[in-house]
Design a protein around this ligand. Structure first.
Ligand code: 4AD
Ligand code: MG
Length: 429
């Protein structure tokens, strides 16, 4: 017996088929049993007539949601069936019986989080996980297509690169160590040998609040490249985002439909260039919109959203105030109050999708910035050392993969963009 997927069976559209999967819905009378079967590809309605199964009717009649089954029968078009086709079952086998499946009665957020291991079977989560997989594939494709090398950095690290308060502390024998927030400082060391590198790996942030865009453990797509300036870096970031959207639109039409996400909303991201504006210009724009921000203050969510209001593609905001920025972002020689950096802000209230910058090469500037940030310069000795031997202009960026998945899928919260979210109030199951 050759089993085919439900999607393949639907494509075939007529004749004999054998499929297997899990009971998604069931209903019946004492003459007929309707089973909607799901597999990883789709769902399909299947009908069993009692007259054909007198001996095993009791088993069929008591089939519960999530029972795993093999079904054999004839498929035909049926407009009334949920996916347009129906299978008249001629033979079947129960593979694994099921208890009363808890999901279906209670859909509260807390309940679904406690039962995440079961909720992962839902059509919604399966659709999201497929799109996520497409995005990971597109990221590898993008960087490998540009001859980047995949480079891995340590997860256990001696000190941070981003904000100190979000470092996760861990016991390291008799010492204290941290979980990495970014691969960046190691990537910069490796850049001197490999020149063009990227990674997709977990990053950790002990965020102090639970929001719709923060996770404590997220997948970070990062790149670092030699001989580059800020405009070129933004070109690379834009190309990466565009390819992710393109691949999802090519491969995941069915998933977007399941998520009720209109593909038309995604199309401008592929077609239109992303605008590039400085932080200072953003403040001017906000002022016109009757929102006053003092120069030097980082943009808050509210302000980012106001600026992005009405835009259908993301925007690069460059040249944030130097003093507000991480220590490695250099001063812009043309505008010394600001740093050579960007944030890519998403439309639809998605906020920051990517953060990137040129890297400071000046050892004294780096030391001063580290001290100003309250860091122990000794912990960064290896990093400063890299600048001593033939430093070159280089730059890089990082994107939270769940941020772009959330945006593509149009999800209310980032928690649904990852299988088992780790947040301030949850690390189980
Ligand atoms: O802006 P961030 O902090 O920049 C860096 O870590 C740089 N060292 C990256 C680099 O240049 N290699 O973080 C980069 C991105 C953000 O733009 C955001 O998409 C994501 O990481 N991010 C988070 N995603 C989910 N949950 C969190 N708590 C996140 N914090 C940052
Ligand atoms: Mg940032």
């Amino acid at each position: 017996m050759k089993y085919i997927s439900i999607q393949e069976a639907i494509k075939k559209g007529k004749g004999k088929v054998s499929i297997r999967g899990w009971v998604y819905r069931e209903r019946g009378s004492n003459k007929l049993k309707f089973i909607t079967l799901r597999d990883s590809t789709n769902i399909i309605q299947c009908v069993l007539e009692r007259t054909n199964f007198e001996k095993t009717w009791e088993e069929i009649d008591s089939t519960k949601i999530e029972t795993s089954m093999e079904l054999h029968g004839t498929i035909k078009k049926d407009e009334r069936a949920p996916t347009g086709y129906e299978i008249q079952v001629t033979d079947y086998r129960v593979v694994g019986t099921s208890d009363n499946f808890p999901i279906g009665k209670d859909f509260s957020t807390g309940f679904l989080s406690d039962n995440r291991h079961l909720w992962l079977r839902s059509r919604k989560m399966v659709a999201i996980m497929k799109i996520r997989s497409t995005v990971f594939g597109a990221l590898h494709e993008y960087f490998r297509g540009l001859d980047y090398h995949e480079f891995q950095s340590p997860i256990i690290i001696p000190g941070g690169a981003e904000e100190g308060p979000t470092l996760f502390e861990i016991k390291y024998y008799k010492d204290v160590a941290f979980l990495c927030q970014t691969w960046q400082l190691y990537a910069e060391a490796a850049m001197f040998g490999l020149e063009k590198i990227y990674t997709i790996s977990p990053s950790f942030r002990a965020e102090k609040s639970s929001t719709s865009r923060h996770l404590c453990e997220y997948w970070h797509a990062e790149m670092e490249v030699a001989w580059t300036d800020l405009p070129e870096l933004m070109d690379l970031a834009e190309g990466m985002v565009k390819l992710c959207f393109k691949r999802v639109l090519e491969k995941n039409q069915l998933e977007l439909e399941i998520l009720k996400r209109d593909p038309k909303v995604l199309e401008p991201v592929i077609k239109k260039p992303f605008p590039r504006v400085t932080y200072t210009k953003v403040l001017e724009d906000l002022k016109k919109k009757k929102m006053k921000v003092e120069w030097g203050k980082d943009l808050r969510t509210l302000e980012e959203e106001k600026f992005m209001d009405g835009k259908d593609v993301p925007a690069f905001v460059t040249n944030y105030p130097k003093e507000e920025m991480a220590f490695y972002k250099p001063r812009d020689p043309k505008d010394k109050k600001t740093a050579l950096c960007f944030d890519l802000l998403g439309p639809e209230k998605m906020g920051e999708i990517i953060g990137g910058s040129v890297r400071d090469e000046n050892i004294e500037e780096l030391k001063a910035s580290l001290k100003a940030a309250g860091e122990d310069v000794d912990n960064y000795k290896y990093y400063l050392d890299t600048r001593k031997y033939g430093s070159v202009p280089h730059a890089g960026f990082g994107m939270g993969v769940e941020r772009i998945v959330r945006w593509i899928c149009g999800l209310e919260t980032i928690k649904d963009a990852i299988a088992f979210p780790r947040t301030m109030d949850r690390f189980k199951p």
